[in-house]
Design a protein around this ligand. Structure first.
Ligand SMILES: Cc1cc2nc3c(=O)[nH]c(=O)nc-3n(C[C@H](O)[C@H](O)[C@H](O)COP(=O)(O)OP(=O)(O)OC[C@H]3O[C@@H](n4cnc5c(N)ncnc54)[C@H](O)[C@@H]3O)c2cc1C
Length: 425
């Protein structure tokens, strides 16, 4: 059985190319442009398109897609290693054709869209000519989708969508929405909802307000209302009552990519922390020589390496089983661990930088806020821990004796019975 911890030399060359390209060409963009999803901002064409062209030329564009859609059909391990490189830059995903939620939405369209829908939405989305929005969460409850109230009612050849959505990211820039709505209120909770493509120009779409969070210069998370929004019948994706099945299409791979981008961001904080510890002196010695600083470095290094291994093992398991459902507990474990790792590493880096660390001249507070973002979006940490625990417990059985199977007097008794001849000797 192979048990390897190294990247094959050919792919390592690609990783090295991405590493240098991101440092030299992509990282500067966040100092020159606004939101990576605002395609119409001045200089987007001039600054982003040439970099996207270089990525395409190198054959690294939208690698999460299967070859039939122009991607390389890379497995999750390769995608994870790529995301670990470009995930460090805010414009990395958009330059590599891997920007959320467009990645997940394109997977949904590829699986469930008609030929006409693919031509109208999928191709421009893959080419980053348009961006999209995933509109699922509602004001009264996000972590529990069975509470959603937005409805879609059939009327002739159309569905009429009515209700409110919350934190629909990028709504103001999106050319279309993938929207979840209740179509069968009497069905079992997980078969009540369906998924729809809603073109942004459809009458009745209202953005009530755009919310932002600390550190975001451009608020894009829309509180929105669908006022009797009419879409053609064929805009339903994946069949009536199938919203949860459709939603799963987008989450498995996406969570892994976010996880490796988190590794990249945490690694960036960690590198800055080590550099600072080796440069700054106090009371006659470097911070790096103080044991409590060494403890921060050791603890966060261990935490980061453990997490990276968990992500890569999970990516490998997905490739191995070719089925996200079989690896649900691992994916949820990754999702639940990710915010804490980023939070802890960024906080240690901030602390070692002192007052400079907390200032906006350094990126640590942004990363700490981002740790909360990734602990909420795509389901809160607690929910993923519950999933992990439930899935883990499926591999166990309770005993029917009063004393547990590890109760030593009983174990000893069984061993003595088995090895009784030794006692006689
Ligand atoms: C930056 C950002 C971008 C987002 N973008 C999108 C988007 O594009 N489209 C979209 O549809 N949604 C989006 N969301 C919404 C996201 O999916 C929800 O925030 C998430 O599902 C949690 O829902 P909620 O915010 O309503 O929290 P609630 O459901 O109110 O939960 C609040 C807290 O309660 C606790 N909790 C909840 N359930 C459980 C449980 N079962 N066990 C124990 N504790 C629990 C957790 O601590 C949780 O954080 C985004 C969120 C953020 C922060």
């Amino acid at each position: 059985m192979a048990w390897e911890f190294q990247t094959d030399p050919e792919f390592q060359e690609e990783i090295d190319w991405i590493d240098e390209f991101v440092r030299e060409e992509v990282e500067p963009l966040e100092f020159l442009l606004g939101s990576p999803v605002d395609l119409k901002q001045p200089r987007y064409e001039e600054l982003v398109r040439p970099l996207q062209a270089k990525v395409k030329e190198r054959g690294l564009w939208a690698c999460h897609l299967g070859p039939e859609l122009g991607g390389k059909g890379y497995g999750q391990v390769k995608l994870a290693l790529m995301n670990e490189q470009f995930g460090r830059a805010r414009f990395g995903p958009v330059v590599f054709g891997a920007q959320a939620p467009d990645t997940g939405n394109s997977e949904i369209l590829a699986h469930y869209g008609t030929e006409e829908q693919k031509e109208r939405y999928l191709q421009p989305l893959l080419d980053n000519q348009i961006v999209s929005c995933f509109s699922m969460t509602e004001p009264q409850g996000g972590a529990d989708p069975t509470q959603f109230r937005t409805t879609a009612v059939a009327d002739g050849d159309e569905w009429v969508i009515d209700g409110e959505k919350w934190f629909s990211s990028n709504a103001k820039y999106a050319s279309f929405f993938i929207t979840m709505a209740v179509t069968d209120p009497e069905a079992p909770p997980h078969q009540r909802m369906s998924m729809f493509i809603v073109p942004a120009e459809t009458p009745g779409i209202e953005i009530i307000r755009n919310l932002g969070f600390h550190g975001e210069s451009d608020p894009t998370h829309a509180y929105m209302r669908y006022n009797e929004v009419r879409v053609p019948r064929q805009n339903m994706l994946g069949g009536q009552g199938q919203a949860f099945v459709v939603a799963q299409t987008r989450l498995g791979g996406g969570r892994m990519h976010h996880a490796m981008r988190t590794v990249a961001q945490a690694q960036r904080c960690f590198d800055l922390m080590c550099e600072r510890a080796l440069s700054r002196t106090t009371k006659g010695e470097r911070l790096a020589d103080k044991q409590l600083v060494q403890q921060m470095i050791a603890d966060t290094w261990i935490q980061l390496r453990q997490f990276r291994l968990l992500v890569l093992e999970t990516a490998w398991l997905i490739d191995h089983h070719n089925d996200y459902l079989k690896v649900r507990k691992n994916i949820s474990a990754v999702k639940a661990t990710m915010p804490k790792v980023l939070h802890d590493v960024a906080s240690a880096a901030l602390q070692v930088h002192g007052s400079l660390g907390i200032s906006t001249d350094m990126p640590f507070t942004d990363y700490i806020i981002n740790s909360y973002h990734i602990g909420l979006a795509d389901g809160p940490t607690e929910v993923h821990k519950v999933t992990t625990a439930r899935q883990v417990l499926r591999d166990y059985q309770g005993g029917d004796e009063i004393f547990p199977s590890g109760y030593r007097p009983h174990v000893r008794e069984r061993v003595r019975e088995r090895y009784g001849f030794l006692r006689e000797e």
